[in-house]
Design a protein around this ligand. Structure first.
Ligand SMILES: *Cc1c(COP(=O)(O)O)cnc(C)c1O
Length: 357
């Protein structure tokens, strides 16, 4: 049976990425050696790193003055690297979920952290809109897509202090105006590559302003100076990221993939909103994520939750169980997920309704 992969992360990747990476693991660029056993300083791998950084910049239209890094440690290491490099004494965070909260927690070791707003009281089912960003904070941190709760900030904010964004689960899903951000980062395993790397887009002029000693590996400047090769980089995820970037280019780039994402999400949200057995957890439509779509059984149908999960699982749906903090269901609809998978899920939801009513 065909499997439809709705996992939140690690998650679906283009077949193009998987096949080319598998081939390179057997024989990398005709070297007769595996990608896993060649020097990261070989001319073949250096070319991979250079092309991945360049294509990353081209696809996102990254302006002059920014650098792209691929580093180990995932998004979670960035939670600490950001204040280490950028927080003198005060920073501001928008608390939109568990990841935002983890980022905020790391900053507390570096001074005063202002939580400008939080939607914790409603299990993070909306994006707070009414808040003031302290003008004297060193930066303002947001999580643009809240993977667990299915909320997303769809616009690029215009603010007066450096804006920092965790885009782990929505990078490359929609056009962004990079010039509005001082730093963007994320784990690769949601929309780009297998786990093992974080991507970082950093505007170079924000660096070099701290008095504190920054450990070498945690200093962005170290990795800028060495082109993400200060130490041995995770070569397989970086090779795979390059394949996904090439695939994205072949799809028509970000504008084209964005259109597909809007179309895919609308198809599933429409079913959630019109099928009486289900209801969306994110009420405000402008806050609904294009990448992680969350819903629960509607009132009166709660008892069918487990039964629907089993029903859909038996029809090939994988990874639709909601996060334990939200319950219900979550379908992650990343770039590589074909519309066909959404259609199959919607068909399950309709069939289940006709069985039960
Ligand atoms: C998955 C995720 C993370 C954590 O990423 P790691 O690479 O596992 O550290 C952080 N932020 C968001 C928004 C995520 O979805």
């Amino acid at each position: 049976m065909k499997k439809h992969n709705f996992y939140a992360g690690p998650s679906i990747l283009p077949q193009y990425t998987i096949k080319n990476t598998a081939d390179a693991i057997l024989n990398f660029e005709g070297t007769g050696l595996s990608l896993m056993e060649v020097s990261h300083r070989s001319k073949e791998f250096v070319a991979v790193m250079d092309e991945a950084q360049q294509l990353f910049k081209d696809l996102l239209k990254i302006p002059e003055g920014y650098e792209v890094l691929f580093l180990g440690g995932g998004a979670s290491t960035q939670f600490a690297m950001i204040p280490y490099n950028l927080m003198k004494s005060k920073s501001a965070y928008l608390n939109t979920g568990a990841w935002a909260k983890k980022a905020l927690k790391e900053a507390k070791g570096f001074g005063e952290v202002v939580e400008v707003a939080s939607s914790a009281e409603a299990i993070f089912n909306y994006i707070p809109k009414d808040y003031k960003i302290p003008a004297d904070a060193d930066y303002f941190h947001i999580t643009t897509n809240n993977t667990i709760y299915g909320t997303e900030i769809h616009h690029d904010m215009d603010i007066d202090i450096p804006l920092i964004a965790d885009m782990s689960s929505d990078i490359f899903s929609r056009p962004i105006d990079i010039s509005k951000y001082a730093l963007i980062y994320g784990g690769a395993q949601k929309n780009l590559a297998p786990s093992g790397i974080a991507f970082i887009i950093v505007r170079k002029d924000i660096l070099g302003k701290m008095d504190r000693h920054i450990p070498t590996m945690l200093d962005y400047q170290t990795h800028i100076d060495k082109g993400s090769m200060f130490n041995t980089p995770p070569v397989v995820p970086i090779f795979a990221a390059l394949q996904t970037l090439k695939w994205l280019r072949d799809q028509g780039g970000i504008d084209a993939i964005y259109k597909m994402n809007v179309d895919k999400a609308a198809y599933l949200y429409n079913e959630i909103d019109t099928n009486p057995m289900f209801k969306g957890t994110v009420v405000d439509k402008e806050d609904r994520s294009l990448m992680n779509i969350c819903w629960v059984m509607a009132e009166g149908y709660e008892e069918y939750e487990k039964e629907f999960l089993d029903f859909a699982t038996n029809k090939g749906m994988v990874g639709i169980k909601g996060h334990r903090s939200v319950g219900g269901f979550r379908a992650s609809t990343y770039n590589a997920l074909p519309k066909e998978s959404i259609e199959a899920l919607v068909a399950c939801m309709q069939e289940f309704k006709s069985l039960k009513s």
